[in-house]
Design a protein around this ligand. Structure first.
Ligand SMILES: *[C@@H]1O[C@H](CO)[C@@H](O)[C@H](O)[C@H]1NC(C)=O
Ligand SMILES: *[C@@H]1O[C@H](CO)[C@@H](O)[C@H](O)[C@H]1NC(C)=O
Ligand SMILES: *[C@@H]1O[C@H](CO)[C@@H](O)[C@H](O)[C@H]1NC(C)=O
Ligand SMILES: *[C@@H]1O[C@H](CO)[C@@H](O)[C@H](O)[C@H]1NC(C)=O
Ligand SMILES: *[C@@H]1O[C@H](CO)[C@@H](O)[C@H](O)[C@H]1NC(C)=O
Ligand SMILES: *[C@@H]1O[C@H](CO)[C@@H](O)[C@H](O)[C@H]1NC(C)=O
Ligand SMILES: *[C@@H]1O[C@H](CO)[C@@H](O)[C@H](O)[C@H]1NC(C)=O
Length: 408
């Protein structure tokens, strides 16, 4: 029997309303506050996963939602036993002597609720669902726990009629992601008996939309030898900017409505790997503390989309979560009879950067207060490979991590 874990996500259109309030320094990624209980483990896992993916696909764009992957795998752990379960939770970065298993699931439950609350101002939908073949008899405890901790629906389907079943799942995901993820299953060739899905749909909105009239075709320097054309968006105003003194990069932090914060990181020419290798909880913490509203910035950001679709099997094995895919895997928490085999962990994410918020509503406009003491202007053009990190800074969840190397 095959089980497939799907996490599919979408970050659409950073349009509309970004706030650039100077933040009181609430940015403690390492703190073990109640609402940040999972942050240390999840952020470490996020960067670790990201670095492995970068190493596997060095010249490709990367886009993932680490918090969704953590959540989906933690949910899956409810159905595992013994060594499989320990390995999975430890692989996700949890120290089981410090944090009891029940506490992990409770924390994810809490996190899910917090992100949902944020979502009311963020236009974000996050959720879990389980599709299973109606011939399978799933254990009641598994279903109850999934529902209780992860708010997951369980939907019986006839997998023998795969065409219809896959259509149903595609439609479900399409509905939940407001039509943005379609044909989730176009890449799945082997029908499964059980499919776990985690989806996140997110629409970040700029405080101050880019003026489409300022968007121009400009060069994007992929590397020393390749130059491509991209539509380049432009705006000019005081922003939280930092020329890092420790790492070879410049960065901007933009906050969006609600608890979201995004880092745009521009490594110096040829220094992409140095910057990626240095990404960690401490680096984020240091950046958060040192970013300040600075002088006026002439900001150029390409109007592009970044996407990623991954079968995470190999990368999870590299992260120490290998048993899941072998015959040693113990899924006896899901079904009593028979053996279940995990065939894939698939993750899909899309990001679209563009100028304006079609759906931006006036009620959400937050007037930025600008405290710029300096009068000179800095030009920052994201016209060479750059990184994007999106966090929910209330919980310090890493919603999305991306690397843009070239237009597709
Ligand atoms: C887990 O936590 C315990 C107690 O804090 C510590 O002694 C142990 O080294 C930790 N294990 C790992 C793998 O970090
Ligand atoms: C998707 O939404 C449409 C319209 O709201 C509804 O008719 C359909 O049943 C939904 N499909 C699923 C799978 O939920
Ligand atoms: C963009 O240009 C068009 C045509 O020149 C003009 O009608 C429109 O008002 C401009 N939009 C903005 C936001 O300036
Ligand atoms: C530059 O990028 C192009 C397009 O991705 C690639 O074909 C080429 O090999 C790269 N050149 C170098 C020197 O990395
Ligand atoms: C931040 O998240 C918390 C918890 O979800 C929520 O109560 C709060 O309203 C959010 N803040 C904003 C500004 O949306
Ligand atoms: C940020 O700006 C404030 C007010 O101008 C200043 O007191 C503080 O030292 C600055 N912080 C950093 C890290 O530059
Ligand atoms: C910023 O760019 C503008 C327009 O390209 C240019 O005139 C100006 O000299 C640049 N400023 C700096 C500090 O590089």
């Amino acid at each position: 029997m095959l089980l497939v874990l799907y996490t599919c996500l979408l970050w659409l259109s950073t349009s509309g309303l970004w706030t650039i309030q100077a933040e009181h320094s609430s940015a403690d990624v390492n703190a073990k506050n109640h609402h940040r209980g999972l942050a240390p483990a999840n952020v470490d896992f996020a960067f670790s996963l990201y670095k492995h993916l970068v190493a596997l696909t060095p010249d490709k764009n990367i886009f993932i939602s680490p918090v969704s992957i953590s959540m989906a795998l933690a949910m899956l752990s409810l159905g595992t036993w013994g060594h499989t379960r320990t390995q999975l939770l430890q692989g996700l970065g949890f120290n089981l002597t410090e944090m009891a298993e029940a506490e992990i699931h409770q924390s994810f439950q809490h996190l899910h609720h917090l992100l949902e609350e944020s979502a009311t101002s963020l236009e974000m939908t996050m959720g879990n669902a389980l599709f299973f073949d109606h011939s399978l008899e799933l254990l009641e405890t598994f279903l109850t726990d999934m529902r209780h901790f992860y708010d997951s629906e369980a939907l019986a389907t006839d997998f023998q009629e795969w065409d219809r079943a896959s259509r149903q799942i595609n439609e479900y995901v399409q509905n939940k992601t407001q039509g943005k993820i379609v044909n989730l299953f176009s890449e799945l060739n082997s029908p499964a008996n059980l499919i776990l899905i985690n989806y996140i749909f997110f629409k970040g909105t700029w405080t101050q939309p880019f003026d489409p009239n300022s968007t121009r075709e400009e060069n994007f320097y992929v590397n020393e030898t390749t130059v491509m054309k991209v539509p380049m968006m432009f705006q000019s105003r005081p922003l939280r900017y930092l020329r890092d003194s420790e790492l070879p990069c410049q960065l901007l932090q933009l906050n969006y409505v609600g608890n979201g914060t995004i880092f745009f990181i521009l490594p110096d020419q040829g220094k992409m790997d140095t910057v990626i290798n240095a990404l960690s909880r401490d680096t984020i913490q240091r950046w958060s503390n040192s970013l300040n509203i600075s002088s006026r910035v002439n900001l150029y950001i390409p109007k592009v989309s970044i996407s990623g679709a991954y079968d995470l099997r190999h990368v999870l094995a590299e992260l120490g979560i290998g048993d899941l895919f072998t015959s040693n895997a113990d899924f006896s928490g899901i079904i009593q009879e028979g053996q279940l085999r995990l065939s894939k962990v698939v993750h899909k994410a899309v990001l679209q950067l563009d100028e304006e918020g079609v759906q931006a509503s006036a009620s959400r406009v937050v007037t930025p207060y600008l405290t710029s003491s300096q009068s000179f202007t800095i030009n920052v053009s994201f016209n060479r490979p750059f990184l994007i990190l999106v966090f929910d800074h209330f919980t310090w969840s890493s919603l999305f991590l991306g690397k843009f190397v070239k237009p597709t």
